[in-house]
Design a protein around this ligand. Structure first.
Ligand code: ATP
Length: 616
């Protein structure tokens, strides 16, 4: 590693001025000779494609920079605890004391510094052979792969050998690497950014045979960064990306590195919303779909052309062992035309409600109850050799439904509704919660805005959780002052109602919202029977109607308890008008809870006796 550093020092000086504004890597190299950042910088300058460095070493350098040994999903970890490291350092530098007596080392803070200082205070007769990237990397890998009996002692042995070969600052960085605390800052990002600089020096300087202007360079570097980020989000494996970059350069890498079954991509995530209103603010006028937000664990299911199946978690861990039932069930859900694929899904257990409703009514034996995991597929990212990320959700969903089959209790498509009105979303949200889900996912359906965006928390996916149903707090007691005639099935009854709150200071009713969802037919009939006799020909003088124009007005006698998602300002209703603003206040997505009390009680409250919510 140190050899690598000194090899490139001259080149670092040469390009330092160009890279000044290019983030930490070059700066770090010049300011210090730390091996790890140097590697990062090496990638950022001419070294990467040089004949001296093979593709393999370059890849190893990348892994050393990010303190890993292979892609995340392979799950190879060093697994070294602090005490083991302390033991190894002690054995390397104070072998006579048996190591154990130096366990106070960790009190000194940075073990890397301890190791370096100890090493440098040792007198050695011969300069050790320089450490090389392949050697360091292979030793780290050996440590990670050492398992079983006496593995701890074996690991200490390997570390001791490594430390014995260190010079100058090397021990510091070797130890920090072993600890998993490289302290070089934003490693993953710098590494992603570094090769694009390599691309610049290598491809462009050579191809064009001249230096570019600063502006052109900056633009080009920016483009390069974006390309690297997007390629890596689709194929998060340096094993594939680095060799491809060396082979075809930044311009050809997109073609070469695409989503590949077997390599999990970082999933697209959703932005939280507090209320349906926010969803509509974002999606109004656009086509979108609402899906059940299942309560389980994210599962990205990959099937390779040879039939191998992999299940990966939200963090790209391999979960195939955790869900053997899922792997076993999968072939039943696939149509013949389906060879290789990647689906995005939620793995959950059968929802308690469904489970119960499917069970026999009597004689259920405990030993017969078995909960198998069920897969709720909501996206298809790859199919038969073709990545689908750049297709609209509508197209991806169509392909998903065409190429997979529902197997009750084992595989289903996420339940969805493409309806667009607030009422419909409200009803669908409530149904999802009744079915045991966490709420809804609302997703853009067409246009490029609906493309799958790996690793992004995107505004094109919004989550609407059931907490929202709890509304803004306490329920409100509101008076029914008017009604709107029903349509369709509801023609013989009132279909929606105008509600008002009572302002005791002004002794008036102030309109606050229209409510038309969440009523059963039975309730509507009952409400009609109660309210019909209260119809009045003209609106009463103490009802401040504002812009509300119901079909009929009532004597204000019936009080309902209502929950709301949120409050909003309204040019129509008169509640609290003038208190905050000229406009009144309205309820967003009000939901009927129950009939409160009859007006008689309310009037008692007004004439002195206190009543909860009387000022509502
Ligand atoms: P949360 O704790 O809400 O699950 P998160 O950060 O894990 O949050 P988000 O993207 O914010 O993930 O929320 C979406 C999550 O909901 C997904 O990661 C997935 O596990 C789950 N989910 C359930 N049903 C769906 C669906 N139909 N579409 C997308 N994600 C779904």
């Amino acid at each position: 590693v140190a050899a690598l550093t000194s090899d490139v020092e001259d080149e670092i000086d040469a390009v330092e001025s160009d890279l000044d504004e290019e983030g930490p890597s070059a700066e770090k190299v010049v300011n210090s000779k730390m091996c790890a950042p140097s590697i990062s910088a090496c990638l950022g300058i001419d070294l990467m494609p040089s004949r001296r460095t093979t593709t393999r070493a370059c890849l190893q350098a990348v892994y050393l920079c990010i303190n890993r040994l292979c892609p995340d999903y392979m799950g190879v970890e060093l697994g070294i605890g602090e005490s083991l490291l302390v033991k190894a350092i002690a054995e390397s530098y104070w072998p006579q004391s048996g190591g154990e007596s130096r366990t106070d080392l960790k009190k000194e803070g940075d073990l890397g510094l301890v190791a370096m200082n100890s090493k440098n205070s040792q007198k050695t007769l011969f300069k050790p052979k320089p450490l090389t990237l392949p050697f360091v990397f292979s030793k780290l890998k050996e440590i990670a792969l050492t398992t079983g009996n006496a593995s701890q002692a074996k690991k200490v042995g390997i570390i001791t050998k490594l430390l014995a070969a260190c010079q100058d600052v090397e021990a510091k960085y070797i130890v920090r690497s072993l600890e998993g605390k490289l302290r070089i800052g934003n490693a993953e990002r710098s590494v992603l950014v570094a090769p694009r600089a390599g691309g610049r020096c290598w491809l462009e300087k050579e191809r064009l045979g001249k230096r570019w202007s600063q502006d052109k360079l900056a633009t080009r570097l920016e483009q390069g960064t974006e390309i690297m980020k997007s390629v890596y989000s689709e194929l998060p494996s340096y094993d594939s990306v680095i060799p491809a970059l060396l082979e075809v350069g930044i311009d050809g890498i997109r073609e070469k590195c695409k989503l590949t079954p077997g390599v999990p991509l970082k999933p697209m995530l959703a932005k939280p919303t507090k209320a349906i209103g926010e969803v509509l603010d974002r999606f109004e006028g656009k086509r979108f779909t609402c899906e059940y937000k299942y309560d389980g664990e994210r599962a990205q299911v990959h099937r390779l052309a040879d039939g191998t199946v992999g299940v990966f978690s939200r963090n790209s861990e391999d979960m195939s062992k955790k869900y053997p039932d899922l792997v076993e069930q999968l072939p039943k859900c696939i149509k013949e035309s389906t060879q290789s694929f990647v689906i995005d899904a939620e793995a959950g257990q059968l929802l308690p409600f469904q489970e119960l409703s499917r069970r026999k009514r009597k004689d259920v034996k405990v030993e017969d109850i078995q909960v198998r995991v069920s897969l709720f597929a909501f996206d298809l990212l790859y199919l038969n050799g073709e990545p689908l990320l750049q297709k609209t959700l509508e197209e991806r969903r169509k392909l998903l439904r065409e190429h997979f089959t529902i197997v009750p209790g084992e595989f289903d498509f996420a339940k969805s509704s493409d309806s667009e009105t607030t009422d419909e979303i409200q009803v669908f949200l409530e149904t999802s919660v009744k079915d045991g889900c966490e709420g809804l996912m609302v997703k853009m359906l067409d246009t490029p805005a609906s493309y799958y965006e790996p690793s992004r928390r995107s505004v094109n996916w919004l989550k609407l959780k059931k907490d929202y149903l709890a509304g803004v707090g306490d329920s409100l007691d509101l008076v029914v002052v008017g009604a709107y005639f029903g349509k369709g099935k509801r023609t013989s009854v009132y279909g929606a109602f105008l509600l008002a709150c009572y302002d005791s200071d002004g002794e008036a009713y102030q309109t606050i919202c229209k409510i038309g969802t969440g009523f059963s037919e039975e309730f509507l009939q009952q409400a009609y029977d109660t309210l019909k006799p209260l119809e009045i020909a003209q609106v009463r003088g103490d009802i401040k109607a504002g812009g509300a124009k119901p079909d009929v007005w009532f004597e204000p006698k019936v009080v309902w308890e209502v929950l709301t998602a949120d409050l909003s300002l309204s040019p129509i209703y008169t509640a609290a008008q003038g208190l905050v603003e000229d406009r009144g206040i309205s309820l967003r997505f009000p939901r009927f809870i129950r009939i409160a009390e009859m007006y008689e009680r309310q009037s008692l409250a007004q004439s002195g006796s206190k009543k909860k919510g009387g000022d509502d």
